[in-house]
Design a protein around this ligand. Structure first.
Ligand SMILES: Cc1cc2nc3c(=O)[nH]c(=O)nc-3n(C[C@H](O)[C@H](O)[C@H](O)COP(=O)(O)OP(=O)(O)OC[C@H]3O[C@@H](n4cnc5c(N)ncnc54)[C@H](O)[C@@H]3O)c2cc1C
Length: 442
């Protein structure tokens, strides 16, 4: 598999998708190689143009599948990063079970193999009247615009607007739920840990990947055990119980990691003393040697800036869309999908990927003059519990809405009997990830 041929070749093709009007006003940030008339991809031409912002699990699925379902479309994916690093399986990378190559993939491979354009740029604004997406590398015209922009962190509950505290939490104790530097810092923390309490927090609300903090706790505890580090993982969970695969994780905490994991339910942090390394809850003061603090999540700033957000029962800031059509309220051409959506579906990669396909189908249906139909996203989630032997637990669910439009779970199954289950072999988790990367990039 070709994975590391980044930054070769197609920069010219990429720039050819940009229009020049924004470049005129933002010369300092825009590299001009073509004149406006040469580079303009006109939405007035015969091909409908679909632009997706975000090259994560949802955006990659959407770009590929719009092109499949409506091959006549011009499809452009705008992503601010230059390469894809997977969050799923990053817990395994933190403790050396997979290498970085397994997680890292090329946007050029994805776009070349699946016949769409990749523009490495940040989306910064939208002119809805002119149907223009403004990016750091120029304007892009669209007929259909999809924001698959993932999540951002919301520190407000902890900091109440104290920017100094927020900056310190972000940089010294990163959450590790957005890929990149945060993960590298956390890996260094784990591998240099000398002993004592290592705090992991679990937020309330609908946070990204419900199972991942508990899986991370197991794998860090497993690492401490294997390397004979006298450390304890303290899981401070804001909820009153484990939110997902409760039986599997609880039994792992008590049976495999009795001396290595302290699980604290209803442990909402009220204050931080980062000098003394103490956090305070309603009931306790807990000291720590190191930590990763995972705050609440919210929709990314671009959607806030565009006024496309609302409050939900889950989170303070979420995108404001119709839950059946995925269209931003008040717009017929702008969609939001993946973790940035406000519905209570699991904020997870498999869910975001399947939703990308569903929304691609709905856009293709519109283009073909058919009535788009809502389909359920699909959540499949594997969590490794230990490494010797490697064992995992899993969950599957679909969703529907009742007559009042309230979300329900459908066809749910879990397999949490890690001591005896046939599917408990961790190979299925690696195989799932590999098949998803194949799907998105090749
Ligand atoms: C540790 C960990 C373990 C996980 N394990 C699993 C698992 O086992 N199974 C599972 O299904 N899920 C898992 N997940 C969850 C999964 O990673 C996310 O749910 C998934 O990434 C969501 O996909 P998305 O496309 O909505 O968002 P993302 O993958 O975050 O993609 C959004 C993209 O948009 C880009 N972007 C944002 N704003 C802009 C902008 N203005 N302009 C241009 N680009 C922009 C970002 O750079 C990003 O690449 C895990 C997550 C973590 C952190």
């Amino acid at each position: 598999m070709k994975r590391r041929d980044l930054l070769k070749g197609s920069a010219f093709a990429i720039l050819a998708t940009l229009t020049a009007s924004y470049a005129d006003t933002e010369k300092s940030t825009v590299e001009r190689v073509e004149t406006s008339e040469d580079t303009k991809l006109s939405k007035k031409g015969k091909n409908p143009k679909v632009v997706v912002v975000g090259g994560g699990w949802s955006g990659l699925a959407l770009a590929k599948h719009v092109k499949r379902f409506a091959p006549q479309c011009d499809v452009v994916m705008v992503e601010k990063r230059d390469q894809f690093i997977s969050c799923p399986m990053s817990n395994e990378w933190l403790v050396d079970l997979v290498d970085l190559d397994f997680l890292t993939h090329s946007y050029l491979d994805a776009s070349n193999n699946n016949h769409y354009d990749f523009v490495q740029a940040e989306a910064i604004d939208v002119d809805q009247k002119k149907q223009l997406l403004k990016t750091t590398r120029g304007d892009i015209e669209y007929d259909y615009l999809v924001f698959a922009v993932g999540i951002d962190y919301d520190y407000f509950e902890w900091t109440k607007g104290d920017k100094v505290l927020e900056r310190r939490l972000r940089s010294e104790y990163p959450a590790g739920f957005i890929p990149g530097s945060e993960h590298i810092t956390i890996k260094e923390k784990i591998q240099n840990f000398k002993g004592g309490n290592f705090i992991i927090t679990v937020p309330e609300g609908n946070y990204r990947c419900l199972a991942a903090p508990y899986e991370r706790a197991c794998l860090i505890a497993d690492y401490f055990k294997r390397h004979q580090i006298k450390g304890k993982v303290v899981i401070m969970d804001e909820s009153n119980k484990i939110r997902i695969k409760d039986e599997g994780f609880s039994s792992a905490f008590s049976e495999i990691y009795k001396d290595y994991i302290d699980y604290m339910p209803s442990a909402k942090i009220l204050s931080f003393d980062l000098e003394k390394k103490i956090v305070e809850t309603d009931f306790d003061e807990i000291s720590f040697e190191d930590a990763t603090f995972y705050p609440n999540v919210k929709s990314p700033y671009i959607l806030e800036k565009l006024g496309m957000v609302k409050q939900t029962p889950y989170n303070r800031v979420e995108s404001d869309i119709d839950q059946y059509s995925y269209k931003v309220k008040g717009s017929d051409h702008i969609y939001v999908c993946g973790d940035a959506r406000p519905m209570g579906f699991s904020k997870s990669g498999n869910t975001a990927f399947s939703e990308g396909i569903n929304v691609a189908q709905m856009i293709a249906d519109e283009i073909h003059g058919k009535k788009p139909i809502w389909r359920s996203p699909v959540t499949t989630c594997f969590s490794l519990l230990r490494t010797q032997p490697q064992e995992c637990i899993s969950l599957y669910t679909e969703y529907d809405y009742d007559k009042k439009g309230k979300m329900r779970f459908k066809n749910s199954m879990t397999d949490e009997a890690w001591k005896s289950n046939g599917l408990g072999d961790a190979r299925v988790a690696y195989a799932w990830a590999e098949s998803m990367y194949q799907n998105m990039f090749y």
